[in-house]
Write a protein that binds this ligand. Structure first.
Ligand code: FAD
Length: 284
């Protein structure tokens, strides 16, 4: 299928992209890797009058350490993240999750900014960002906003972004010593989107859980932190019993999706299975 025709601008800088967004308002869409937007345009689910291409803005593509956090530019591809030595050293959950996204072509073109702006309920990054307490930095002609991941994903393909805003980077605090994190998913075999994905970041001191984050994607209409599971583990001695009790709470209060990939009951079961696998990984 061929998308409806539209105007195309290739922005050379963040400032130009933001100015174009302000000029064209709700008629414009940012084009990054195009791996979610272009299929939606071909299906006429999305028909922007103006495309603002940010894929060649070099200043949006980086992974660097700044003070107490690592910053990832919005136009950084999944493959850049999969291959990053800096992330492998400090936040290995990022390369691990990146490697599980789609296929080589998707990883080479798709970007972290595009993925989180699109907020597909089965996308991988939202769960990873929630579990690592990431902050999404957005810019517009009105200035800069820093949005915690916990406030960013607001619903089915919905985010806290407002008209005229461009995601410029994701900041992830460096985790305290003793933290281990992992992302485990049951994937759709063709696309590799998450039928259920579970990210866990856990800090343990002498066998006690001093800090824990648990986030799911694919389970409901948007990625979410599972506060019940976190509370069940916080401050506890990490044992087979405490893990088992926490696992029973997985997605307990979520409205679980049922579709042709997995019924609601099966997804609920997978949430428990993949939470258990993730906890076993970080505790091992
Ligand atoms: P685009 O398609 O260019 O844009 C997507 C949306 O985000 C658009 O609305 C656009 O306007 C907006 N946008 C883009 N960048 C910004 C920005 N900086 N600021 C504000 N808005 C912005 N994803 C997974 O998580 N896991 C998978 O296993 C997976 N498998 C896939 C398999 C296939 C075959 C395909 C085609 C895609 C798959 N994806 C998967 C999705 C893929 O990761 C996309 O790359 C991603 O969802 C969108 O990123 P993009 O850079 O291509 O964004």
């Amino acid at each position: 299928m061929i998308p409806a025709s539209c105007a195309y601008h290739r922005a050379a800088s963040v400032e130009e992209a933001i100015a174009l967004l302000a000029e064209h308002g709700g008629e414009a869409k940012i084009l990054a890797g195009g791996h979610s937007l272009v299929p939606a345009m071909k299906l006429r689910l999305n028909q922007p009058a103006v495309l603002i291409d940010i894929a060649r803005i070099g200043s949006l593509r980086y992974i660097r350490q700044e003070g107490g956090h690592i910053s990832i530019g919005a136009a950084t591809t999944h493959n850049d993240i999969a291959c990053s030595g800096l992330l492998a050293e400090h936040l290995p959950i990022f390369p691990q999750a990146a490697d599980l996204i789609g296929d080589v072509q998707v990883r080479n073109r798709g970007t972290i900014g595009g993925s989180i702006a699109h907020a597909d309920p089965a996308a991988d990054w939202p769960a990873v960002l929630l579990a690592t307490d990431a902050v999404v930095v957005v810019k517009s002609t009105d200035g800069i906003r820093n949005i915690p991941a916990a406030d960013f994903f607001t619903g089915f393909y919905s985010t806290a972004l407002v008209e005229g805003e461009l995601i410029t980077e994701v900041q992830i605090p460096l985790p305290p010593a003793g933290t281990r994190a992992t992302y485990q998913k049951f994937m759709q075999p063709a696309s590799r989107f998450a039928i259920v994905g579970c990210a866990v970041a856990l800090t343990s001191n002498g066998g006690n859980c001093s800090h824990v984050r648990v986030a799911f994607t694919g389970v409901g209409d948007t990625a979410f932190r599972d506060y019940d599971v976190e509370q069940a583990l916080q401050g506890k001695v990490l044992s087979a019993d405490s893990v088992s009790a926490a696992v029973q709470l997985a997605a307990k209060d979520a409205v679980i999706l049922g579709d042709h990939y997995a019924t609601e009951t099966y997804r609920g079961h997978l949430a428990r299975v993949f939470l258990k696998r993730a906890l076993q990984q970080v505790i091992a």
